[in-house]
Design a protein around this ligand. Structure first.
Ligand code: ADP
Ligand code: ZN
Ligand code: ZN
Length: 750
């Protein structure tokens, strides 16, 4: 038992109880257990990984203390700001501390706890017959061991020998002492860090002179860096205005001064150019960049993480989880395309990368740059209410023209003969014209409309998934109807399954269909498709992009994910095939998304010396987002949209919390959601909270994989004040065991 004077620490077990426990530190580990260190501790007869924290537990009974088993590294790896961030995250997003810690300390880092060396035994020499005789007489087990080793080609793990031949540790040692066996210590094979950026295109970096607007924005950011304190900047700059150049300059300055930087992008695979630019700039300085994304192997992940924790790497670029990078002396956090819904995590902890970035900047007194051509309404609103600095870049570099935008009313439009109800004659003419001038074009489809459905025009039958409330998508390649949610598939029937009509057929704009249609319009053009299929093959994706860049392709057809950050100088025409679909979804952000999408898509045209053109096809030409986007009138859109949001208490005026209930039995799910809602309203009122509760109603996707879903909406002024009470009330609510519920704070995709 540890003595009363023993050094005592508090440890938060990862994957254990939600509160810190006290442990004693053995003398050999003194100095390795400061707050933020990772240690192994005994808990419930198992050895568990835990995080050392400070002053959290209340009472310590020295008589019951156990010793820390081991410390993972010599020094703390989770900095105090990360520790605070974890606690905040768990409260704000109503997530278990366990899930938060698992996010912050990734699995491969936790796995390093396994022993890194193996002790092996091998024969020191082939025993002489005399030696063998003596052994057989005096110690038959040891003789077995020697014979066994004689049959083996090389050394054998000591633990294996002991268990196979039932030998004790001392008898192994005895044989070593006798000089018959020798011990070999083997370093376990570990995957090593490979610099993934090496695969990216090495982009030439020409020194540029900043434009006036860029210089002004950078000067303002430098003031914040000088002040060395928390300060968020919103860099609102049209596409091609040189935002990335500003990020890189600020980043270089911070690195030169010995600080570290987190650079978040919505998805690493989609931003090879940004990553490539960052790399070539930093390699000149001999700085190592850690790239953090989902394709890393466990070894790469562990090594990159440790390089940051040890201070060997000071810059990380990555998707949302890079916000938890264990960097020391963090001075700058950059969030590119800050409006992107991809920053929100869909599983617990359901955090928003941008919002966590702002909070972490605050915790460590760093400057935070949020950049976008189409900032989120929340961020624009924060400029007014939370005094974010606003840096505007209204012009493209070199004063290149913003593209001219044509809105095509598809209700009136004469469709091109080959257009098959999808491509207007204006768009067809322009595609042909570009091809003849040897310029390139991109066609975008809206992700949500990217499907072909089987529809019967006579009885309106639509093929739906029997397990989910979605229509099935027709895939021509294998002639199957597939559900994109649960994977169900079937072969389409010849006629309509309901009325037998022969007119039953596929309708819609799949990327495949569009590709075929465009090929008929411009028969000689080299066309490629970028969609979820090609995206999943990393090398194919890169090859298509590089072929397009080098002019081996004329036209790209893709879903809206293409709109992210691509920069092709020879693209002079961009077509938006179906601008409306985002307007039909039941999401209060539909108008905002449509506006953002159109502005982003338009930004892909005319990035080089030639002026660009954009063609937007729509059945709702007069809807506000389309009109404001056509004029690139940000201010107008913002004011009108804010007015609407204010009226209906939507964000940014309130926070939304979505409470989802799901289960196999729809009546039961609805009943418990209803019960809970009633109780909650009453209790919250008693506690003096001002919360508006709407619902329960069936979720837009009411059925997924035979599970029924209902949700409630809480319109909340201050999440941190109210959510803990909701969580506490929920713990006491007798929920049916067949019903599962989930809280999602600040949801982005409704
Ligand atoms: P954004 O991030 O706003 O879309 P980028 O920083 O990617 O803009 O700049 C667009 C293009 O213009 C890039 O190819 C970049 O190298 C180039 N560029 C940026 N700033 C300048 C400048 N001051 N002078 C000349 N070219 C520039
Ligand atoms: Zn399904
Ligand atoms: Zn029918």
């Amino acid at each position: 038992m540890p003595e009363a004077s023993a050094h005592i620490i508090e440890v938060l077990p990862i994957g254990g109880p939600e509160k810190p426990l006290a442990y004693a530190v053995p003398a050999r580990l003194k100095g390795c257990t400061a707050p933020g260190a990772l240690v192994r501790v005994p808990l419930l007869n198992r050895s568990r990984l835990g995080l050392v924290c400070e002053g959290l537990s209340e009472e310590i009974d020295p008589a019951r203390l156990k010793f820390v088993h081991d410390a993972l590294y010599d020094e703390p790896v989770v900095s105090p700001d990360l520790l605070k961030l974890a606690l905040w995250l768990s409260r704000y997003y109503a997530a278990s501390l366990e899930s938060v810690l698992e996010t912050i300390v990734p699995a491969p880092v936790r796995a390093i706890m396994a022993p890194r060396t193996t002790r092996l035994l091998a024969l020191a020499h082939t025993p002489t017959p005399e030696e063998m005789d003596a052994l057989v007489r005096r110690a038959p087990r040891q003789a077995d061991l020697v014979r066994f080793l004689e049959q083996q080609q090389g050394p054998v793990p000591r633990s294996l020998l002991m268990s196979r031949l039932k030998l004790s540790s001392p008898s192994c040692d005895a044989l070593v002492k006798k000089g018959l066996l020798k011990e070999v210590v083997q370093e376990d094979a570990r995957e090593v860090y490979t610099d993934d950026l090496g695969e990216e295109e090495a982009l030439p970096t020409k020194e540029v002179t900043l434009t006036e607007e860029q210089a002004a924005a950078l000067a303002d950011i430098e003031l914040s860096l000088d002040a060395n304190e928390f300060r968020p900047h919103l860099i609102h700059g049209v596409t091609g205005s040189g935002k990335t150049e500003i990020y890189l300059r600020a980043l270089e300055r911070v690195v030169d001064e010995g600080g570290s930087v987190i650079f978040l992008v919505p998805e690493v695979a989609l931003t090879p150019q940004t990553v490539g630019r960052l790399r070539s700039r930093l390699s000149k300085r001999g700085e190592r960049v850690v790239v953090w994304h989902s394709h890393l192997s466990a070894g790469e992940r562990a090594d990159g993480w440790m390089a940051m924790a040890r201070g060997e790497a000071r810059v990380v670029v990555g998707a949302r989880s890079a916000i938890f990078a264990p960097l020391k002396n963090l001075k700058l956090i950059i969030v590119d395309e800050e409006h992107e819904p991809a920053y929100k995590q869909a599983e617990s902890p359901r955090y928003h990368g941008r919002d966590v970035a702002v909070y972490r900047s605050m915790l460590c007194g760093a400057v935070c740059l949020l950049g976008s051509a189409t900032p989120a309404l929340e961020s624009l609103y924060n400029v007014e209410t939370k005094s974010y600095r606003l840096n505007r870049l209204s012009k493209r570099v070199d004063d290149r023209q913003l593209p001219s935008v044509h809105i095509v009313d598809m209700k009136r439009e004469r469709l091109s003969p080959q257009g098959a109800a999808t491509i207007s004659s204006i768009l067809a003419d322009k595609l042909l014209e570009r091809f003849e001038k040897q310029e390139q074009s991109i066609l975008f489809l809206n992700r949500r409309g990217y499907s072909t459905r089987m529809i019967c025009p006579d009885c309106s039958y639509v093929a739906e998934c029997p397990h989910c409330s979605v229509t099935l998508t027709y895939h021509r390649t294998d002639n199957r109807l597939k559900c994109h949610i649960c994977g169900y598939q079937e072969r389409p029937t010849k006629g309509c399954p309901k009325c037998g009509s022969a007119k039953y057929r596929g309708i819609g704009f799949g990327t495949q269909r569009i590709e075929e249609t465009v090929q008929k319009i411009v028969p000689r053009a080299r066309i490629m498709r970028l969609d979820t299929d090609t995206m999943s093959k990393k090398h194919l994706f890169r090859k298509i992009l590089s072929d397009f860049r080098t002019g081996k392709l004329d036209i790209l057809v893709g879903t809206q994910m293409l709109a992210k950050g691509l920069d092709f100088p020879n693209v002079t025409l961009v077509g938006m095939v179906d601008a409306d679909i985002a307007l039909h979804v039941p999401d209060f952000r539909a108008a905002e998304r449509t506006f953002q999408l159109l502005v982003q898509v338009a930004g892909r045209a005319g990035r080089g010396d030639k002026a660009g053109e954009v063609v937007v096809q729509t059945f709702m030409p007069h809807s506000p987002p389309i009109q404001y986007a056509r004029r690139a009138d940000f201010e107008g859109f913002l004011q009108e949209e804010l007015e609407q949001r204010r009226e209906f208490h939507y964000p940014p005026f309130r926070h939304l919390v979505r409470h989802l209930f799901r289960g196999r039995n729809p009546e039961k799910v609805a009943f418990f959601a209803e019960q809970w809602s009633r109780q909650l309203e009453e209790r919250l009122e008693k506690l003096g909270h001002n919360v508006e509760i709407r619902g329960p109603v069936a979720a837009p996707l009411e059925k997924i994989k035979d599970t029924y879903r209902f949700h409630l909406w809480y319109f909340v002024g201050n999440v941190s004040r109210i959510l803990p009470d909701i969580v506490a009330l929920r713990k006491d609510f007798p929920m049916d065991e067949d019903v599962v519920d989930v809280l999602d704070v600040d949801p982005v995709d409704l």
